[in-house]
Write a protein that binds this ligand. Structure first.
Ligand SMILES: NC(=O)c1ccc[n+]([C@@H]2O[C@H](COP(=O)([O-])OP(=O)(O)OC[C@H]3O[C@@H](n4cnc5c(N)ncnc54)[C@H](O)[C@@H]3O)[C@@H](O)[C@H]2O)c1
Length: 341
């Protein structure tokens, strides 16, 4: 019997490469990675699989429709994880059009490819940020309102709406996941964790986002965090629930559904302290008012992951253990270049 074939878009980006690594290690599936290799993509993330006949790369910019040559290369694909996107909030504020083109138009083009390929399952990887800021003590559920604060999260919400419509209108078997902040090895150094590791390592000041209250006290920015390997495990769990082997799970994971993949809540300052402690350095930081300094950035994000947990999924590696391993990996001499970009 032919092996399952899966397409992962954005495969040479940070999270996509973790998805590829997880599937190469934990399944016997053939994997096709698709990417345009923007500044955020690097084939070095997949270097260990180079020459492995189970992994093929296809280069395409999905702002354009998938041409026949690409569709031909994707023949036999059974599952799609649509993970590729423009992802940096600050860049989206300066260049919203690129985000709408890649994240909205690009999602439509990928859904159209899914329709042409008649895939069995399409997962659209979305973000906690589509809900906008979460008030203290509130964990948004899958049905909470969508109120994005910036062009990045708005474009991801636009992609979600298309995925949902394609599932209803064209019966593309879609599942949407919304994930909290990802951590992990080989993340682009513009993101908070690698930036913080670099600053602490060089004994430079770390900027911690928060809000200065009228009594001059600070409310520190806070999120839930999860390792990209754990997210990849959740995606595999959702795909496997539909592979026909577990009928009960198949009945529970309905197409057109959304699942939150959360993690553990920590403030940015707690993450910075954890990094400094792991590296045995003193933390030097300054608080920065995000509203004054960076409008469009939210103070707190938080999702409830009760739905996916009720299906039986739990993150395989505990948060602090995965963060500690990521910090230790990042400061090994051979890996330091990932902190510099
Ligand atoms: N990083 C996080 O904390 C986080 C949290 C929640 C959800 N997500 C979602 O996970 C996905 C991956 O995030 P990431 O952090 O790995 O991003 P990333 O920026 O590291 O990688 C994105 C990849 O997509 C590719 N890409 C972008 N536009 C493309 C286009 N038009 N055509 C083809 N390829 C294109 C880039 O070249 C890059 O390789 C995104 O959909 C993001 O919204 C990320």
């Amino acid at each position: 019997m032919a092996r399952n074939k899966l397409l992962c878009t954005g495969a040479a980006g940070f999270a996509g490469a973790h998805v590829v690594r997880h599937l190469m290690t934990n399944t016997d599936w053939d994997i096709i990675g698709l990417d345009r290799l923007s500044y955020a993509g690097s084939l070095e993330r997949l270097a260990e699989w180079q020459g492995n006949p189970r992994l093929k790369m296809v280069f395409h910019d999905f702002r354009a429709a998938y041409p026949t040559s690409v569709l031909r290369a994707l023949e036999g694909v059974r599952y799609i994880i649509h993970n590729g996107a423009e992802t940096h909030v600050e860049r989206s504020i300066h260049d919203p059009e690129s985000f709408v083109m890649s994240n909205v138009v690009g999602t439509m083009n990928t859904l159209e490819a899914a329709r042409a390929l008649q895939v069995g399952h399409f997962i659209y990887v979305s973000t906690d940020e589509v809900h906008g800021p979460a008030p203290s003590g509130v964990d948004f559920t899958e049905d909470s309102p969508i109120r994005p604060s910036n062009p990045y999260s708005a474009s991801k919400a636009g992609g979600e709406a298309l995925a949902f419509a394609w599932s209803r209108c064209y019966r593309v078997p879609v599942t949407i996941t919304r994930t909290m902040n990802l951590i992990g090895e080989r993340q682009h150094p513009e993101k908070f964790v690698p930036m913080c590791i670099r600053q602490v390592l060089h004994e430079h000041k770390v900027a911690i986002h928060g809000r200065r209250e009228c009594n001059d006290k600070w409310t520190v920015g806070s999120r839930k965090w999860i390792h990209a390997r754990n997210q990849a495990d959740a995606l595999l769990f959702l795909l496997r629930s539909q592979d026909g082997k577990d009928k009960a799970a198949a009945a529970r994971v309905a197409h057109g559904e959304t699942y939150h993949v959360a993690g553990e809540e920590r403030s940015n300052l707690e993450i910075a302290h954890f990094i400094a402690k792991t590296l045995e350095k003193k933390l030097d930081y300054e608080m920065v008012d995000i509203h004054a300094d960076r409008p469009g950035h939210d103070l707190r994000y938080s999702l409830s992951d009760e739905s996916i947990k009720s299906l039986g999924w739990n993150p395989p590696v505990a948060f602090e253990e995965s963060l500690r391993r990521c910090i230790e990996w990042s400061v090994r001499p051979e890996n330091l270049r990932w902190l510099e970009g």
